[in-house]
Design a protein around this ligand. Structure first.
Ligand SMILES: [Zn+2]
Length: 75
C-alpha cells in the first residue's frame, strides 16, 4: 500500500512561487505533507484514492487465504 500521496492535482497559492495547494480541496501541500488523511474529507482526490485503498484491502485477504490453504496441503 502507498504511504505517501503526492500525485494529486496542485495549483499555486496566490502569487507565491513556492507555495502550492491541492487543486481539489485547496489545502496547502505543506499541510497535506503527502498524507491522504490531511486532505479535506470531501476532497475529490482523497475520495478517489480512498476507493483504491479499500479495493486493495479487499483483494489482499483473499490472496493470503489462498497461500495459507496451500501451505496446509503441503504439511
Ligand atoms: Zn485535496
Amino acid at each position: 500500500m502507498k504511504s505517501f500521496y503526492i500525485d494529486y492535482p496542485q495549483e499555486k497559492i496566490g502569487h507565491n512561487q513556492h507555495l502550492y495547494r491541492c487543486a481539489k480541496c485547496k489545502i496547502p501541500t505543506t499541510v497535506i505533507f503527502g498524507l491522504l488523511e490531511n486532505h479535506a474529507k470531501s476532497c475529490e482526490y482523497r475520495l478517489k484514492q480512498h476507493k483504491w485503498v479499500q479495493l486493495e484491502a479487499k483483494l489482499k485477504p483473499h490472496k493470503e487465504r489462498f497461500d495459507e490453504s496451500f501451505t496446509d496441503e503441503v504439511d
